[in-house]
Design a protein around this ligand. Structure first.
Ligand code: PMP
Length: 430
């Protein structure tokens, strides 16, 4: 496999950017080796600067649920772009976006567009603190909510991959206001609320954890959090940056039938452009400036080109049967991967939720963060490289969920399973 062009670029980049990248996990530190540089992408595939083609299960970390470079999305962007890139006054697409959001996710009575998932979550907790007059927030070990100071406490994703769960630069006084809980532990949540419930502004949770691999909520767990928040007057915030529009058209809140007070979105909502959103109960959102005193703003928020890409993507995923087809594909793929691992004698279990899944090099079905981090990362890293050499790109860390798009067809799944049969044999050989 020729990789000279990527190697040359990475050599230049390392001198110019921390780790040679603009977001840490892209540097491949956890799996070792060097990243490839993308030249272009189409459908389910990434094509690198050396001409190698990869079936992509990262999908720009989630946004490309309709496949890369979907013609309908590109056309919407091109059409919108010709009228200007940014106006700094309201544009009609923002209204359509807020209406679409409310239609697909009814708890989003009112919303505010921002430019990333990070901005969405930090705006949501400011609102929770402002609206309740309380300072403490609760998050879960291994959940990642972007790189806002309050969230870099026992965080997942890159912060977990690099073993930096508590980042230098986050003032202790602020970090002390973030309480952490083990996800899926009913009793720990009950106990924390009994001790500190009156001080808690809000609980922020990835309803399905996607930043410590992929962990599903135990039966009744999200309902338990809902009840605790209601009882103690704390706000329940679902961070659906990853799960939104992916695990169901209405997100995890539709899948589990829970109504959060506030929600955050990103990724799919921008169709590949930099977009995030937060929103929820109208009485809370009316406390945001200029209706209310809680300040939050953005020069490029609601950008027309970004709205066009997001709206075109949201249009595509409303096609009848879209998520059902994705869910069938995920089962087909995960069943095939489990069978291939079994044949090679490699312990592997999977967790799945529609177009999102996780591979665990473990004998156990994983339900907790502690189980997720106990998996065999050496085996994962070997598997990752064995798959990459065969043209299949998985997230370059054992602690990330994998994604499927509607462009992953029979050929891509067959290619992936063929590669996996060989890759598991390599893992078994050690
Ligand atoms: N919340 C969740 C659940 C995420 O997965 C991410 C990013 N992967 C974020 C927030 C932060 O989003 P962004 O990287 O767009 O700032």
């Amino acid at each position: 496999m020729k990789t000279d062009t990527s190697h040359d670029l990475f050599t230049r980049a390392r001198d110019l950017m921390p780790g040679g990248v603009n977001s840490p996990v892209r540097a491949f530190r956890s799996v070792g080796g060097e990243p490839f540089f993308a030249q272009r992408a189409e459908g389910a595939c990434l094509i690198d600067v050396d001409g190698n083609r990869y079936v992509d299960y990262v999908l720009s970390w989630g946004p490309m649920i309709a496949g890369h470079a979907h013609p309908a999305v590109l056309d919407a962007v091109a059409r919108t772009m010709r009228d200007g890139l940014s106006f700094g006054v309201p544009n009609p697409l923002e209204v359509t976006m807020a209406e679409t959001l409310r239609k697909l996710v009814p708890s989003m009575q009112m919303s505010r567009m921002v430019n990333s998932g990070t901005e969405a979550t930090l705006s949501a907790i400011r609102l929770a603190r402002g609206a309740t007059g309380r300072s403490r927030i609760v998050k879960f070990e291994g959940c990642y909510h972007g790189h806002g100071d309050s969230f870099l406490v026992k965080a997942g994703s890159g912060a977990l991959t690099f073993g930096l769960p508590n980042s230098p630069g986050v003032p202790k006084a602020l970090a002390d206001l973030t309480l952490t809980l083990p996800y899926n532990d009913f009793e720990a949540a009950t106990k924390l609320f009994a001790e500190a419930g009156e001080d808690i502004a809000g609980v922020i949770v990835e309803p399905i954890v996607g930043n410590a691999n992929c962990i599903l909520p135990r039966d009744g767990y999200l309902q338990h959090l809902r009840e605790l928040c209601t009882r103690y007057g704390a706000l329940l915030i679902f961070d659906e940056v990853m799960t939104g529009f992916r695990v169901a058209l209405g997100g995890a809140q539709a899948r589990y039938g829970i109504t959060p007070d506030l929600s955050t979105f990103g990724k799919i909502i921008g169709g590949g452009m930099p977009v995030g959103a937060y929103g929820g109960r109208a009485d809370l959102m009316r406390q945001v400036a200029p209706d209310g005193p809680i300040y939050q703003a953005g020069t490029l928020s609601g950008n027309p080109v970004a709205m066009a890409a997001g709206l075109a993507t949201l249009e595509l995923i409303q096609a009848p049967g879209f998520h059902e087809a994705l869910e069938r594909r995920t089962h087909e793929l995960c069943d095939g991967l489990e069978a291939a691992a079994r044949d090679a004698g490699v312990p592997l279990t999977t967790n799945r939720s529609c177009a999102m899944f996780g591979l665990f090099f473990s004998e156990q079905q994983v339900e907790t963060y502690a189980q997720a981090i106990a998996c065999d990362t050496v085996a994962f890293n070997r598997f990752f490289h064995a798959m990459l050499r065969r043209g299949v790109y998985l997230a370059p860390s054992a602690f990330e969920a994998a994604f499927l798009s509607s462009a992953h067809g029979d050929a891509e799944i067959a290619h992936t399973l063929e590669a996996a049969r060989e890759a598991f044999r390599e893992v078994a050989a050690g």
